[in-house]
Write a new protein. Structure first.
Lengths: 319, 328, 329
């Protein structure tokens, strides 16, 4: 057998740098592999495309003329070819999605609403994920008393019905977009916590956790280096679902009249339309536009989440 | 007539992306009353063969070759006949200690189910037979009203054995029956199986990766690697004087106390079993083989005769060199 | 079986503890608020009370006592005697408890029938979809369920109203029964059902998707287990394996998950009753919210919490019936 040349020893600094480079190269290859896998799912791609479109729509809201959203800026010219008598006006050449009862373009409202609705969804989901992940990892990792206490609390909050609780909180704390985000964010964490805890428990079983602790790693090191990276995929997949649920939650609260009156979201649009009697008038466009947006966005999130789930939890495809 | 005759069996798993050959041209015979031990590492195809015999593999799997159970062609059977033959012609002992038993049904009912479905008895009669079976495997009859979670690992494995014998099959396929058990329990269960086998004159295929277990229980031994049988012969001889380097390494990994061979040489086989989708050229074992030479990477060895009723697929076997000489 | 009784009493006991926590939570939710509770109570309705009236109200509500133990004890005592206070705006002077008992049957009718339908259809489709994975019926049901899951229940209600009531005129636009005319007996029931149909359909469709997905997922997990392979190896027919081995095991996590989602079903009742002006507890909750009628609102929260608690208890009992491991350990 040939004898290999002894490996050349680079300076320690270079070694550290190359170790880091290896870590990043590994991550990049993993990401590329993940993307290739994801691309194979048609449903996942459809969901992703829809999401991208809506995010682009949300961005375009920056260019919407703010006067289009103001009730006081409505004039006879702005609502032509409709007249004040025929409001709300069905879709026509000027207003592609018609107008609301005040003469504002539904299209402009929907675009503005997309930004706010999506932001609320993402922000609330962020809060939920942070709380849920913290509770879940702590409960799963520390076990025993912490676990029991945290899980009993979680189970208790799971029993509390969400909408009644949110209603009471909103009634007390006020109708403010930030309050809404906080309410949705701080009430949706239980199911995330349970999921993260289950995953933490199964990761904890792996021997590298024990080994790491035997080598003297502190709790936070073990958590950040071993637990967190392995719990991340589950957290990520769950975040997708959480954003979707947050958007649904905001729409429900807004529909009940608890939305921020100074802002336009898809939920507040539906509420305004409903209160104005859009159903009996037959002003379907005013109701359909924001509704369709909600459904499409949530569906898109669901499809992405479904595709992700198939990758993370591959089930044996055949029997 | 053999109880089981397998000729040139090829099993290929089909996924959305590719075709993966799990079994590549395997042939063996099991005469009545004999035990064949099938050994090899994970992924070598041995469990696939177990599944193939009763056609329990996923629907899209391609099976080619011939499998004859008591003279009947299994691969060509109609679904009705196949269902009838399952458990009565051949049965399987799974790993009971894991999830081989339905957690929400009493074990007695699970055993009786097979008897009743194959119309060997009515429900009441079946339970009587279940009692007898449980006694046969060393469990008290009253246990038949228990649920699986009320039994220990060893007890659950005994239940699996009792279940496998329920319809008096001609062939019993034991697929890693003792792998999940503690060593002590393992010994008990093996002893039980050996007793039952000789008492009832069962023909058996015993599948495991633990070679030392097979030496005690089998008449003949077949070693599998990468979907093929690489050595075959009487159990004793194959274990104590292996002709194939893989068998040698495998035997060395499960030493017998008192056997001189294991005193001095450090044993163990480096590397991993090959990926069935990406097999090495020539002899699939050559990358890990301590005795590999040049030809090994180009010539794929067949099973050459290597002694009395023995065969080995290695170019180092004398018969191989003759064959090679004849070719060149 | 003694152990079964032990399990049941254990669960009952747990439920009572949870009830205690719910009551306490309810109490603190409304008391530990920023600001003067009296002002909050009257803020939403814009009532103006003289200082004397305010003081009288204070004493009546007991907010002049310290929160703990004074107010808490008073609250617990009242609640356990089913005295949940008096509505101030929605139905001034009427006892909250009596209002609930009056409206509750209508909501029970609606929610009960729709939940039953959702579960039955969702579970059956889920079993079928999981069994015939990847085939047309599965893909179709999956898509349908994902879409239904994405539609908020009130949106679904609005769409159904627009189509079937407004456009096609097949169903009334809301309410419990026709205001005009005195119908009796069967006629009245047909009228009631006619009014209840669209809201029932809305709630049923809204939750089918979720139950389908849960059942299907659960069944797929079970079908991968070894005892299923064993059952097939025994020569059992596919349908038999599905029915006798797979489904029962797959129902276990499904029961738990369905119970967990009951809170959302009740939430859905609120918005759907609003859309259809269906005079049940849900609509009353909305009215209490709009008017900031805090006594009524507090009663609402309590009512829905207890509802979910009962649903979970039922699920626990059902689970024990299906899973012997729980009973005999």
């Amino acid at each position: 057998m040939k004898v290999d040349d002894p490996p050349t020893v680079e300076s320690p600094a270079l070694e550290i740098r190359s170790a880091r480079r290896i870590k990043w190269t590994r991550r990049r290859t993993a990401a590329k592999r993940f993307w290739r896998e994801y691309r194979r799912s048609t449903l996942g791609m459809v969901g992703l495309v829809i999401l991208v479109l809506f995010i682009a729509l949300a961005f375009s809201s920056i260019f919407v003329d703010k006067s289009a959203l103001s009730k006081t800026a409505v004039t006879e010219e702005s609502i032509a070819p409709c007249t004040f008598v025929t409001l709300p006006c069905a879709p026509n050449s000027t207003h592609l999605l018609g107008t609301d009862a005040d003469g504002r373009s539904v299209l402009a409202l929907v675009i503005e609403g997309s930004r706010v609705s999506l932001l609320v969804g993402f922000a609330a989901a962020a809060i939920t994920m942070v709380i849920g992940a913290m509770v879940g990892i702590l409960a799963g990792y520390r076990g025993r008393v912490s676990d029991t206490v945290l899980m009993r609390t979680t189970d208790f909050f799971l029993v509390i019905p969400w909408l009644p609780l949110a209603i009471v909180l909103a009634a007390i704390l006020g109708q403010n977009i930030f309050v809404l985000i906080a309410i949705i964010g701080f009430t949706s964490w239980p199911s995330t916590a349970r999921l993260v805890r289950a995953q933490t428990l199964s990761v904890k079983e792996h021997s590298y956790v024990e080994r790491s602790r035997a080598l003297g790693a502190t709790n936070s090191q073990v958590i950040s280096r071993h637990i967190l990276p392995n719990v991340m995929p589950v957290i990520f997949a769950n975040t997708i679902l959480t954003v979707a649920i947050a958007i649904l939650s905001e729409s429900a609260l807004s529909f009940l009249g608890l939305g921020d009156p100074r802002r336009v979201t898809w939920g507040t649009m539906i509420d305004a339309a409903f209160d104005a009697g859009a159903i009996s008038i037959g002003a379907w466009w005013w109701l359909l536009a924001p509704s369709l947006c909600i459904v499409l966005v949530v569906l898109a999130f669901m499809l992405c989440g479904y595709a992700l789930d198939e990758i993370i939890n591959p089930r044996i495809r055949e029997r | 007539m053999s109880v089981l005759a397998v000729k040139d069996l090829w099993v290929t798993y089909r996924t959305q992306l590719s075709e993966i050959p799990a079994v590549r041209g395997v042939s063996f015979d099991i005469p009545k009353g004999q035990v064949l031990g099938l050994a090899g590492e994970s992924g070598c195809g041995k469990s696939t063969i177990a599944g193939a015999i009763l056609r329990l593999l996923p629907a899209r799997t391609k099976i080619e070759g011939s499998i004859e159970l008591e003279g009947e062609d299994v691969l060509g059977m109609k679904p009705g006949r196949l269902r009838a033959v399952r458990w009565t012609g051949a049965s399987i002992v799974f790993q009971g200690a894991m999830h081989g038993l339905n957690p929400v049904k009493r074990i007695g009912d699970q055993i009786a189910e097979a008897i009743v479905v194959h119309q060997q008895a009515g429900e009441k009669q079946a339970l009587v037979r279940v009692g007898a079976l449980l006694e046969q495997v060393g469990l008290p009859t009253r246990r038949m009203r228990d649920y699986p979670h009320e039994l220990s690992g060893g007890q659950k494995q005994r239940v699996m054995i009792a279940m496998a014998l329920a319809c008096s099959p001609s062939l019993v396929i034991a697929d890693e029956p003792t792998t999940a058990l503690d060593v002590m329990v393992q010994a008990q269960v093996l002893r039980l199986m050996k007793e039952l086998q000789s008492e009832l004159g069962l023909s058996m295929i015993f599948i495991t990766h633990d070679l030392s277990v097979l030496v005690e229980t089998s008449d003949r031994l077949a070693i599998m690697y990468a979907g093929k049988i690489v050595e075959e012969g009487p159990a004793d001889m194959v274990f104590h004087s292996p002709q194939h380097p893989y068998t040698e390494a495998l035997a060395a990994a499960f030493p017998e106390i008192g056997d001189d061979r294991f005193r001095r040489k450090p044993m163990g086989l480096g590397g991993d079993p090959p990926d069935p989708a990406d097999l090495p050229s020539g002899c699939s074992f050559h990358p890990r083989c301590p005795k590999a030479f040049d030809d090994c990477s180009t010539v794929e060895p067949e099973l050459y005769p290597a002694g009395e009723r023995r065969r080995a697929a290695c170019l180092l076997v004398p018969a191989a060199k003759e064959r090679a000489g004849a070719h060149a | 079986m003694a152990s079964q009784q032990r399990y049941l009493t254990g669960k009952l006991f747990q439920a009572l503890i949870t009830l205690l926590f719910i009551l306490t939570f309810n109490f603190f939710l409304f008391r530990v608020l920023p600001g003067d509770p009296i002002r909050l109570l009257t803020k939403g309705a814009g009532q103006r009370l003289t200082p004397v009236e305010q003081q009288a109200l204070r004493e009546e509500l007991g907010v002049d006592k310290p929160i703990f133990p004074g107010q808490y004890v008073q609250y617990m005592g009242q609640t356990l005697r089913l005295d949940l206070g008096v509505s101030s705006i929605v139905a001034p002077g009427e006892s909250v408890t009596s209002l609930f008992f009056e409206k509750f049957p209508k909501t029970l009718f609606l929610v009960g029938l729709s939940t039953a339908a959702s579960i039955m259809i969702g579970v059956v489709l889920g079993i079928y979809g999981g069994w015939k994975r990847g085939q047309a019926v599965d893909l179709g049901s999956m898509t349908g369920s994902l879409v239904l899951y994405s539609i908020p229940e009130f949106v679904l209600g609005i769409m159904l109203l627009l189509l079937f009531s407004n456009a096609l005129g097949l169903f009334p636009s809301g309410g419990f029964e026709s205001a005009v005319g005195d119908r009796a007996g069967l006629d009245r029931w047909i009228d009631i059902l006619h009014h209840a149909f669209l809201p029932w359909l809305t709630l049923t469709l809204a939750f089918i998707g979720e139950f389908f997905l849960v059942m299907r997922s659960s069944l797929l997990d079970v079908l991968g287990e070894e005892y299923i392979s064993l059952a097939r190896a025994k020569g059992l027919r596919e349908k038999y394996v599905l029915r006798r081995h797979a489904v029962r095991n797959a129902l276990l996590p499904t029961v738990t998950l369905i119970a967990l989602s009951f809170g959302f079903v009740l939430g859905g009742a609120i918005t759907v009753e609003l859309v259809f002006s269906y005079p049940g507890v849900g609509l009353m909750s909305f009215e209490a919210l709009e008017a900031r009628d805090f006594a009524l609102l507090q009663g609402t929260f309590l009512f829905f919490s207890i509802g979910v608690l009962l649903a979970n208890l039922t699920a626990d009992l059902l689970y024990a019936y299906i899973d012997p491991r729980v009973r005999t350990s």
